[in-house]
Design a protein around this ligand. Sequence first.
Ligand SMILES: C[S@@+](CC[C@H](N)C(=O)[O-])C[C@H]1O[C@@H](n2cnc3c(N)ncnc32)[C@H](O)[C@@H]1O
Length: 391
Amino acid sequence: MTPSARIQAAIDLLDAIIASARDGGPAADTLIARYFKERRYAGSRDRRAVRDHVYDAIRRVAERPETGREAMIGLALEWPEVAALFDGSAHAPLPIEPGEVGAAAGVVPSWLQPLLAAPVEQAALLGRAPVDLRVNRLKAVPADVAPLLPDAAPIVGLADGLRLPEGSPIEQHAAWKDGRVEVQDAGSQWISAACGAQPGMTVVDLCAGAGGKTLALAAAMRGQGTLIAADTIRSRLARLEPRAERAGATFIETLLMDQSHEARGLAALNGRADVVLVDAPCSGTGTWRRNPEARWRLTPARLARLVAEQARILDFAAPLLAPGGVLLYATCALTDREGRDQVEAFLTRHAGWAAEPIDLPVGRPHGAGLLLTPGHDGSDGFYFARLKRGA
Ligand SMILES: C[S@@+](CC[C@H](N)C(=O)[O-])C[C@H]1O[C@@H](n2cnc3c(N)ncnc32)[C@H](O)[C@@H]1O
């Protein structure tokens, strides 16, 4: 592909990503993978260059643009070397017309700005994420793994955490292949640690997805006790199985629940859990470093639906706790409606519950919980709170 043809390919892909964000379709990464599967003539350098153009354009624009060309022209108006590639040659974009406007630059969509928690450093929300690892205590100890990864640095507050530079190809390393390390953002590791899961406990990961945090809980429990990974989406839970196998966490039980009838599937656990983790479905505003096009998907109506669903999940989670048990509520969202206000509303609805302080050397107290941000903590953004059921 010529450099100009790569720009046109990025424009075509951006058109597909914009439509998908509007209509609730697949993520940008999936669309990029599909695009190149159908275009075998593109070599690895072409793929990398097109992908970089696409993500540079997405990162630059807060509000969903109308077209891929508008997004790319926005980039071109700032980068002359990109503008020069709008040259009208074969497979290239047509030259930029005088007065043709590009998408405006921005970090946070304007409707969302007032809803973000006040301490959030908005400019840092689109930084580059490092590769954070968790040494899997079911298979290894940090002292054995760290020397195998000379570029790795420790992470504050995480005895099992290691940080590699952005883009490190850890999935080709033997320590990843045989399950001695897991890739897991530091924020997710701090949240898993804040659950306080111990060997022998009964622990429920109620929104387990593909089990990133379930595996951290399994390691904290040293493989002993009852650990249930529940979710309403079968394909997500199915992805946990091979991961658990690789991690040597074979004691995990999975529970597929019926959306809207979750309490029925959970009835046998009522009053029995020592820890319930609710890692709720959310706006994902804390993960824009990895999914910058998530900004183009979120709407006020979708946010309202998420807030209602989080409250409903918290309400069917609460009865599972034994007296003195801990409900750890977490979201990778930085809006107060999903974090601080959601927790406050839970405490108002549920008598006999109280928020506990979280003993971690990171984050900032915000309402009854803790706020983690890329700007302050170098992790993805999260809000989480430890809610204790009275004895
Ligand atoms: C933020 S993701 C969880 C990520 C996961 N805990 C991890 O660390 O990899 C939220 C999960 O909640 C699940 N979910 C959505 N609605 C749910 C419900 N009503 N009950 C339980 N899980 C639900 C979604 O399928 C999704 O897997």
